[in-house]
Every structure is written in structure tokens, then in C-alpha cells.
Design a binder for this molecule. Sequence first.
Ligand code: SF4
Ligand code: SF4
Length: 482
Amino acid sequence: MAKYDPRSLHAEEFINDEEIQEALRYAEENKRNVELIDQILEKARPQKTETGCVCSGLTHREASVLLACDIPEKIEKMYEIAEEIKLAFYGNRIVIFAPLYLSNYCVNGCVYCPYHAVNKHIPRKKLTQEEVKAEVIALQDMGHKRLAIEAGEDPVNNPIEYILDCIKTIYSVHHKNGDIRRVNVNIAATTVENYRKLKEAGIGTYILFQETYHKKSYEQLHPTGPKHNYDYHTEAMDRAMEGGIDDVGLGVLFGLELYKYEFAGLIMHAEHLEAVHGVGPHTISVPRLKRADDIDPDQFDNGIDDETFAHITACIRLAVPYTGMIISTRETEAVRSKLLRLGISQVSGGSRTSVGGYTQEERPHDTEQFDVSDQRTLDEVVRWLMENGHIPSFCTACYREGRTGDRFMSLCKNGQILNCCHPNALMTLSEYLEDYASPETKEVGYRMVEEELKRIPKDKVREIAEQNIKDIKNSNRRDFRF
Ligand code: SF4
Ligand code: SF4
């Protein structure tokens, strides 16, 4: 039987079923152990240092205790600390991105996704390079700077060369004042050699959802196709890192398996990356199973309600404080609003989850991967964020300055957020306001920019940011960054 070892490169040793069961038993036994819960909460709290703030994070066992805890006032405490961590490391900024679906050809049989190979009643579509260009122009015209590209797994229709061509096309489009400055990639698990090619193509984060960490369920949910191989899929991030990609994004699809199991697996995966590569995941996404073409979420028994979802989000924030957290338009405005406070640092906006969706006037449904609950335009999302005290940020500075992996983490840990991320957020928001916003959003936005500039601690940094924002308003100069 596989033995637990976070440093192992074998899936069943670093995501070890026996260890997860043991952690869940420990959590269940201690879920009302107030003394232990208080100790864990104290450990999770950010601590001030001379240069900024540090957080120790939590082990998968400690975090599992917090997730199992059902004492309302302790859960409230978790929410409070999650918010504290969020403000300490991310401030009130929210990074904005959009997904771009390239192709829905797929040879896999994932039972929860309408792109699965045996679904014969959705049209299959793959963008040509001309169509990629048109989609990118439409996204730039909305104001996007950061994309996550998505494609099904199909070695004939979507080989790595196709993905690389698309990345090249995306970076080459400069329409009016627009450009896409960071392309994150969400494609199937692949070889070290292919990851190296993606790295050379200049990708940002490589994102791959585990879907479920429970091996038996995983194999049942992926009955056919290369994705059926649990070990190959679970070890993908190690191959990506071997191929030179330092920023990787994890995620599970909540609703497929028991959420406490998934949560423990997710934190163990983060611990494994830290133990082997010295850097944890750059992001964690928290998608929940949604309705789509031939997918009915009620067929799955493990759906979670909004309260549990908030509890999970807060516990992830406490366990891995330096990891960005992403929520998509799968969720409604109300849910997104609550989770933003609890640690989410990135949201998608104005998304279309179909192939070629951005160039069509009406939101197309026939090739959608999932129903979009939040159907607001990017302008509406940006204004809503600001009205709720969040700064929408289009910043891609770290990637452009080569600050990835642990260099990015040190920015976080050294308290440079207010002197770096904050002014970058204000400058990129000003670009958005000047080039794409409606008059109403522009007014709300510049009021916010003026107020927030005052919060930059270093005089020199503040002066430069102010001057750059003046330049953005009075000229076509763009892409200022610290
Ligand atoms: S989840 Fe991905 S791999 Fe599975 S069917 Fe959908 S597109 Fe294909
Ligand atoms: S400066 Fe780096 S860490 Fe800060 S918001 Fe920009 S890209 Fe993110």
C-alpha cells in the first residue's frame, strides 16, 4: 500500500488516501475541540514583522479541523481572519481576467462536462487563427489584458502546435490601445517537453483542475480517454515545473466528491509542490459543478450549499495565504460578493464560455461549457467591484518583469503590496477607465483612484504613479508598471 510522503513524485504517495482518511478522522474527532481550534486560528492569523507581514499557513490536518468545525462563532472567526489575510497580502485589489475558449473538440469522457466525446448533439468548433484574432480584438475592446485559454484534449484537432499558434496570435494583436499581456493556459495534462514549449511561448500560469482527488471516483468520472489516468493527471504539475513553468494553478470541481476529502487533497497538493519545488501553487480555483448542455448537477450527490462553499473558501485562505484564489462567472453576483471578502483575489468578468462567443452579439449557448450565472458586462462588473470597495486591477507586471514563482512570493511577504501592486492596480484601472469604461464607471473609477493614491506609503512611488496616470489621461502612453 502506498505510504504518505509529500516529497514523493508518485501521485498516490503525495495525495495519499490513507492520510486523507486519517486527517478526516482527526478533524471529525476535534471539530468541537475549542482549545485546539483557537490554537489553529491563532497560528493562521497574519503576524506583523519589521518589513511587512507574514503568515504561517496551516497543514492539511489543521485546516481540515477548521473545515469540520460547526460552531457558528468559530466559523465567523475564520471569516474574520480570512478577511485579515486577504487585506494583508492582497489589499482591496481584485485582478480581472476572461476565459477564451479555443476548441471544444475533446476525446475524453468526463461525465460532468458537455464537451465529452460521446455528446453528439453539441456542435464542435475550433477557432482558426483569424477567428482567434477577432475574439482577441473583441476582448481587448472590452478592456481585458489577461486571458485564460481553454481547449479540450484532442491530439488531432488541438495538438500542442495549435495551442502555441493561438498563444502567438493572441500576443501579436495590438488593437487601438489594447493588448493581452498575460495568457494563462488551461489545457490537458501533457509531457515535460510540451510544458517547456508553453513556457517558451511566454505563458503566465498553467492551470489544471484535478476535478477530484479521490482516485476511485476520478476513474469513474473519467471513464474513457487519456484523462482516465489518475496518476498522469495528478503528477502533471510536477512535469510542468520540470518544464520550467513556476506558476501553476490548482482546483477541484466541488460537487463531484465529498468536499472535505477534496479540501484535504487540495491542501496536500499545495504542500507537495512546496516540499518538492520550494514554491506552492500560484492560484487555486474554486469552481462548483453547474448545469450545461447534457449535464444536470442534481445527478451528482455531493453538491454543496453557499454557506459550505464560503466555509471552504475561508479555510483555503487560512491554509495557503500566499496563493491567489479565483472565482468564475459560474457563481452568481451574490455568492461572488460574499467570497470576495473571504480571500478571492481574481475574478472573471464579461465571460463567454463558448467557442467563438465574444464575436457574437447574443450570448451563444450551443457550445457553452457551463451556464454563466453572472451575465453582467465587464463594465458592470468593474463598477460593481468599485462600489463595493474593491479596486479592479488589470495588472500583469510580475509576469512582464519576470517575477514568477518564489520571486512573486517574496513581493507578497516583504510588504511591498502597497508600493507595488497597489499603484499598478491604480495605473491599469486608469487605462481601463480612459479607454473602455462607460461615463458612469469612469466617474466612480477616478474618484476611487484619487482616494487610493493617497494610500501609497512611499512619496516617490506615489509621485510616479500620479504622473503616469496623468500621462494615461493625456496621451496614448500605456503599460506603466512597478
Ligand atoms: S472537462 Fe476538459 S477534458 Fe473533460 S470533456 Fe470537458 S473539455 Fe474534455
Ligand atoms: S505587481 Fe505582481 S503581484 Fe502585484 S498585482 Fe501586479 S502582477 Fe500581481
